[in-house]
Design a protein around this ligand. Structure first.
Ligand SMILES: [Zn+2]
Length: 212
């Protein structure tokens, strides 16, 4: 066993979407690990008519931020909806880990995503079947619900894990009162924090809305 050492998670806002009159951020997450730097989801870097019509987005692409794209060793997609994979093209040649089910669905189903963003030139997908330890203390875990092929990233940062959940929960209420297999799985991990893609702050079990 390697000594994992300190592992940290940093959210980066790469877009704002307009959803039902509210602004909703699109966050990606960097995991700094002694053995490498991991990026979870890639946001969007350009407009597309389908996305503009749905979300009227404001974009802050990683490629236009003070962000070292070359320093990313490994990419993970929680799932392949357009707002999570639109920056994949920036990481040609780097391994991009996604559940095989998700990749198959994104390539095979109409209106699932923006196909040319998924299969941009030079991308190197690693199709994952089930759980995978990416680096010591960093695990990919399938979390069906938002999409059948969604996965979350479970990170051992301390006594209890942190979870980067993509859209397995889109808002806090979905973790306060879990309904899907993926949401229940996250709660069963007894996480210290859960990082959502569309909320700035992490969810914590003790910061729940106490509606019960
Ligand atoms: Zn999303």
């Amino acid at each position: 066993m390697t000594n994992a050492g300190p592992i940290s998670i940093t959210p980066i806002v790469v877009a704002d979407l307009h959803v039902e009159g509210e602004m909703m951020p699109v966050c990606v997450h960097v995991i700094d690990h002694p053995d490498g730097r991991i990026l979870v989801d890639t946001g969007m870097t350009k407009m597309h008519s389908a996305v503009v019509a749905a979300f009227d987005p404001r974009l802050y692409p990683l490629s236009e931020q003070d962000f070292d794209i070359a320093a990313i060793d490994i990419v993970v997609n929680t799932h392949l909806h357009a707002d999570h994979c639109g920056g994949n093209h920036l990481f040609a040649g780097r391994p991009i880990h996604v559940q095989r089910r998700e990749l198959d669905d994104a390539r095979g189903q109409e209106d699932y995503t923006i196909p040319e963003w998924v299969d941009a030139p030079g991308l190197n997908y690693v199709a994952v079947d089930g759980e995978l330890e990416l680096l010591p203390g960093v695990r990919l875990v399938p979390a069906p619900g938002h999409t059948p092929g969604s996965q979350v990233v479970v990170v051992d940062t301390g006594a209890r894990p942190e979870v980067i959940c993509g859209d397995t929960a889109v808002w806090f209420g979905e973790l306060d009162d879990p309904q899907t297999e993926g949401q229940r799985l996250i709660r069963a991990l007894d996480p210290e924090k859960v990082w959502l893609a569309h909320v700035h702050q992490p969810w914590r079990p003790d910061s729940g809305s106490a509606l019960a």
